[in-house]
Design a protein around this ligand. Structure first.
Ligand code: NDP
Length: 335
């Protein structure tokens, strides 16, 4: 079995030496278990958190253990009547080619709705994140202005298109002209602003009626620019703050992004609420799929993937994810 292990905990930005690629024996499934061969591995920002032993909502990956991550693939052998060899499934685990899973944790997927790798992005955890955050916190109404940061990424792509499908004016924020172009021309957002250019004049032009919903994926200077433009009763979906993930604990404040002035939360009766997709999302997966499936069939939902080739390329691709090098949902074709 080909595996990527966590060799040491990164200080600041991860480097290739934090990982180790090893060959081990293929595991054998026990009763009620299934051996899955992964075809694609998802790389996601949360993995930076799992590499650290700082206290968080989830346990860190142990040193020497296989890196945590979702995979999609096919059943090789099954000791459970609900799966047979050749079934195509989501729910695989780890930066590795083969994994043994309890059958209850796997779900068959329909590759006629979307290709297999899409079950790591659009129809996987990131897409579900977008849907849950909009349903529970963003609650966008037709005619409202929705701003989405990291707009070309795995979560941002779906947030913006769902908000468009619900009749909102949708403004993305992304890094660089190529990403912004894609967000407007391919995904159909009304505008997309480049956070590497001064944001204040761009926001003034793109959001003349203020901002009703802000989907927060990055924090830092983007959050600082968006914040004063909230309308009364605005909603800020606190999904993630990737700009802060590589800041070492106790780091000198000089390296840290600017913090927001949260004063308007009180004055404008804003509701800011964090959430973790796994708390309630998977229990509502069917409702999510019911909204997504027709949108995909009618080509009203588009997506972009960034595919790294070979499991050994995973560490480098993951490091790039934290620096904006991925363009779209990042997955690894395991081969
Ligand atoms: P993306 O596919 O959007 O990839 C990350 C993107 O973030 C990069 O491409 C880059 O886009 C942007 N970025 C990276 N570093 C910085 C930085 N220092 N400053 C500003 N932007 C940066 O990732 P996902 O869609 O998977 O995740 C987006 C966010 O959602 C993350 O914060 C993640 O932690 C969070 N998340 C939260 C979940 C939850 O349950 N709450 C579940 C899933 C994701 P650009 O070049 O456009 O800036």
């Amino acid at each position: 079995n080909l595996q990527v292990l966590l060799r040491r905990r990164p200080q600041g930005a991860p480097v290739p030496e934090d990982f180790e690629v090893v060959e081990t024996a293929i595991p054998t499934p026990g009763p009620g278990q299934v051996l899955v061969r992964a075809h694609f591995l998802s790389l996601d920002p949360y993995m930076r958190g799992r590499m650290s032993d700082a206290k968080s909502y989830a346990k860190p990956v142990a040193l020497g253990a296989v890196m945590e991550g979702a995979t999609v693939g096919e059943v090789v052998t099954s000791n459970d009547p609900s799966f047979k060899p050749g079934d195509v499934v989501m729910g695989g685990q780890g930066w590795q080619r083969f994994c043994v899973m309890d059958a209850a944790r796997l779900r068959k997927v329909d590759t006629s709705v979307a290709p297999l790798s899409a079950y790591l992005g659009l129809l996987g955890m990131p897409g579900l994140t977008a849907w849950v955050g909009l349903e529970d916190i963003g609650t966008p109404k037709a005619g409202e202005t929705v701003v989405v940061s990291a707009a070309s990424g795995a979560v941002g792509q779906v947030v913006g298109q769902l908000a468009k499908a619900r009749g909102c004016r949708v403004v993305g924020i992304a890094g660089g002209a190529a990403k912004c172009d894609f967000v407007v021309k391919e995904l159909g957002f009304d505008a997309c602003l480049d956070h590497r250019q001064p944001l204040d004049p761009q926001l003034d032009a793109a959001c003349p009626d203020g901002i009703d919903v802000y989907w927060e994926n990055v924090g830092g200077h983007v959050q600082e620019a968006v914040f004063p433009r909230f309308n009364d009763f605005g909603r800020m979906v606190m999904c993630g703050m990737i700009a802060q993930y590589n800041i070492a604990p106790g780091a000198d404040a000089a390296g840290a992004p600017p913090g927001p002035n949260l004063g308007p939360v009180v004055r404008k009766r804003l509701r800011i609420q964090g959430f973790i997709v796994s708390d309630t999302g998977w229990g509502r997966y069917d409702a999510f799929l019911a909204e997504m499936t027709p949108l995909i069939a009618e080509r009203r939902m588009r997506w972009r993937e960034d595919v790294a080739d070979g499991l050994a390329a995973a560490p480098r691709a993951f490091i790039g994810l934290l620096q904006g090098e991925n363009f779209g949902k990042l997955v690894v074709r395991i081969g």
